[in-house]
Design a protein around this ligand. Structure first.
Ligand code: ADP
Ligand code: MG
Length: 701
């Protein structure tokens, strides 16, 4: 039946969106709520009661029996605790009830979420607080209410609160600058995000047979299949029927939830795909991306598939990232990073562009930190993702504009160049003034920046908190430099400011190939940090300059920052511990027994052939048996080394030391185990492995 319903009719049908609010809420309540959403004004309890009643009515009409506060604790996943609407009336009956208080605040016993020492279990009380700027929605017969999550004393325990704080900080500083530039009508500035999401799809039955995919989301063992991504035939290739069916259902599910899924295609690696939505304000886009990842997993399951969101599910082929497209938009709808036809003359554009460049140069360490995770360490610098060095790609035209400002030369308008295909039937159109540069971690792409270092499973909240706050700080400093300028002299003052900023921050601009060793050397000469691993990247969170930044803009208290630092270190260690243990289990309980069985088979075969006939040429089989036995011996001793070193980690008290130990000792142990096992796997018959190999995993859907 659903097939006949047109998309615009069911789009957002499960969302308590603006249209529903307008229909369902008394006028003054609607107006008050809009004000809260549009200009960060608090909403009073009376109004909230009225919203709660309307929300419940709408939810019940749509089949909901429960509601949940939906929040984003520091696990990086979302959390929910469901309550039904029922309220007994005392005569054995119930009514469906939901109050403003229940809408506004929840009190999950949240003692088991990571808090990095912010709370002890005896003061476990945590609150969830309604975020009216992100719309409520219905899933699985439950009304989901997006909420922030904080402790009894108001410390943020989640990923939403700091994001909202950072959006407000950026808005405040940007509005001040815009007013200076004569844009008095602008009341707020929002950040916008469009996250492009990469993922893998593998067959569920196959996936279930692998402990590593089940427990860690990535393969810890596995010799490469004869074919990988070298033919580049998967990228943008035609969709296989199962994948296409999955994508169709996924789009429909997302559309019902008001998530504007727009683009989908096959990615570079076999079994790898991508989805991109139309961009939205940062807070909504972050919620939507979390939801998208969850819906992907559930829809995949219905199609007999598993959606892998890990950054590096398979060795030897590309891993998955998430491109965070980012810009700023004024309350009257102007994109502040739109250069216009003549960027050289667009003063406002140049100020905001320079603010971003300054922010990235001064807080590149924090940006790198914001994408650090055990999973992402496999990608950054691996010739499939940008290096761990943060730099900016601006493209030829803008680079030339900035150079002419710096050198005081005239910048002539560049002519638009028509695209020549050489085929008369192809309609001609103008090329973009900048080509693409896939190797840059932070690229200007016409009217937005694309931050490309994010791992596929990451909540996009963290990187945007850093970006918003760093840009807010740059704008604050620009405001201070400009605020005493007489009105008629603003253009000249801005010009001088941009010139100083270009001189100071041009080292961060790099338009070349970021995948080369030359860039690594050049970046070092420029003094740009190259923080190659998570334990290298995390400590900058608690460096004084960065603590000062977050304190100044009220994004984090020092306690919140320190707790987040501890949580991130612990998460890194725990991830590697689980991976190490899983590898030990797979090798000992599955792989080595398979080698033993194969060796026995070869030995039996040799023996019977010898008995059957003297003088047969049996060296090849003898060599095989020798290789299997030698490989077995080395692998089993290497596996014991890994196990011993995993045990060793338990005795390290200091979190940073522990993280470094995992990186320097456990990871190399795992790599050694893997390389022995993968070499041995080539000598095993396909049928010998008790779990599917790379070939089956990557090419069976
Ligand atoms: P490209 O393919 O060149 O990377 P697209 O136009 O396909 O660019 O956009 C990629 C993502 O960037 C999409 O999610 C899109 O909605 C988003 N995007 C476009 N404009 C903006 C903007 N102003 N702010 C944030 N994201 C944006
Ligand atoms: Mg893109």
């Amino acid at each position: 039946m659903e097939k006949q319903v047109q998309v615009p009719e069911f789009y957002g049908s499960m969302v308590f969106n603006d249209k529903v609010m307008r229909d369902k809420l008394p006028k003054e309540v609607y107006r008050a709520l809009r004000k809260t959403i549009d200009s960060n004004q608090p909403l009073d309890l009376g109004m909230a009661n009225s919203v709660a009643v309307a929300m419940k009515e709408w939810a019940v009409e749509h089949g909901a029996t429960h509601y949940t506060h939906w929040f984003q604790p520091m696990t990086g996943f979302t959390a929910e605790k469901h309550d039904s609407f029922i309220s007994p009336t005392g005569d054995g009956q119930v009514i469906m009830d939901f109050s403003g208080r229940e809408l506004i605040r929840g009190e999950p016993d949240a003692s088991s979420f990571p808090s990095g020492g912010l709370r002890a279990t005896f003061e476990a009380r945590g609150y969830t607080a309604w975020d009216p700027t992100s719309p409520a929605f219905i899933r699985d017969g439950t009304l989901y209410i997006p909420t922030a999550f904080c402790s009894y004393s108001g410390e943020a325990l989640d990923k939403k609160t700091p994001l909202l704080r950072s959006m407000e900080a950026l808005s405040k500083e940007a509005v001040k600058v815009l007013h200076l530039l004569g844009r008095g009508e602008v009341s707020t500035v929002s950040t916008t995000i469009g996250p492009e999401q990469e993922y893998f799809l593998v067959d569920k039955e196959l996936c279930r047979k692998r402990k590593d995919l089940m427990f860690t989301g990535r393969t810890l063992l596995g010799a490469p299949a004869p074919k990988g991504q070298e033919l580049e035939d998967h990228y943008f290739g035609s969709l296989k029927p199962r994948v296409s069916a999955f994508m169709h259902e996924l789009d429909r599910e997302l559309w019902k939830l008001g998530i504007p899924a727009k683009t989908k295609h096959n990615e570079v690696a076999p079994a790898q795909h991508e989805l991109a939505p139309v961009f939205d304000t940062a807070n909504v886009a972050v919620d939507h991306n979390q939801l998208t990842m969850e819906v992907m997993r559930k829809v995949a399951d219905r199609h007999g598939l598993v959606c892998l969101l890990h950054e590096k599910p398979f060795e030897g082929i590309n891993g998955s990232g998430k491109h965070n497209n980012w810009s700023m938009i004024t309350s009257d709808g102007e994109n502040l990073l739109y250069p216009g036809k003549t960027p050289a003359e667009n003063t406002q554009f140049l100020v905001f562009l320079m603010a971003v460049i300054k922010a990235v140069d001064e807080y590149g360490d924090l940006m790198r930190m914001s994408v650090a995770s055990a999973g992402n360490d496999h990608r950054l610098g691996g010739n499939e993702a940008p290096p761990a060095i943060v730099s900016i790609f601006l493209g030829d035209e803008l680079t030339a504009v900035l150079r002419s400002i710096e050198e005081g030369t005239y910048f002539g308008d560049q002519q638009q160049v028509p695209l020549q295909t050489g085929a008369a039937v192809i309609p001609s159109f103008f090329k973009d003034n900048t080509d693409r540069n896939r190797t840059s971690p932070f690229a200007f792409t016409g009217n937005k920046f694309e931050f490309r270092m994010l791992g596929s499973s990451l909540s996009v909240s963290g990187p945007n908190v850093v970006l918003n706050t760093a840009v807010a700080e740059a704008l604050r400093q620009f405001y201070d430099e400009l605020k005493d300028t007489p009105a008629g002299e603003m253009d000249g003052a801005v010009h001088r400011l941009v010139k100083r900023a270009v001189q100071k921050h041009k080292r961060i601009i790099f338009n070349g190939n970021g995948y080369t060793d030359e860039w690594v050397a050049e970046a070092a000469r420029r003094g740009l940090p190259n923080l190659t691993s998570t334990p290298d990247a995390l400590p900058c969170m608690v460096e004084q300059k960065n603590i000062d930044l977050f304190l100044r803009h009220h994004i984090f208290t020092e306690g919140e920052l320190r707790s987040r630092y501890v949580i991130a270190l612990e998460n890194y260690c725990k991830t590697l511990r689980v991976e190490g243990r899983t590898l030990v289990a797979m090798v000992r309980q599955e792989f080595l027994p398979a080698v033993r069985r194969t060796a026995k088979e070869v030995a039996d075969c040799l023996q019977s052939q010898r008995q059957a006939m003297a003088g047969l040429p049996l060296e090849a089989q003898e060599n095989l048996l020798a290789r299997l036995s030698a490989g077995y011996a080395s692998l089993s001793s290497q596996e014991k080394v890994l196990e011993r070193d995993l045990e060793g980690a338990c005795h390290i008290e200091d979190d940073l030391q522990a993280a470094c130990y995992y990186r320097d000792t456990v990871l190399p142990d795992m790599a050694a185990v893997r390389s022995l096992a993968d070499a041995l796997e080539r000598d095993l018959p396909d049928s010998a492995l008790p779990y599917p190999n790379y070939e089956q995993l990557l090419f069976s859907v």
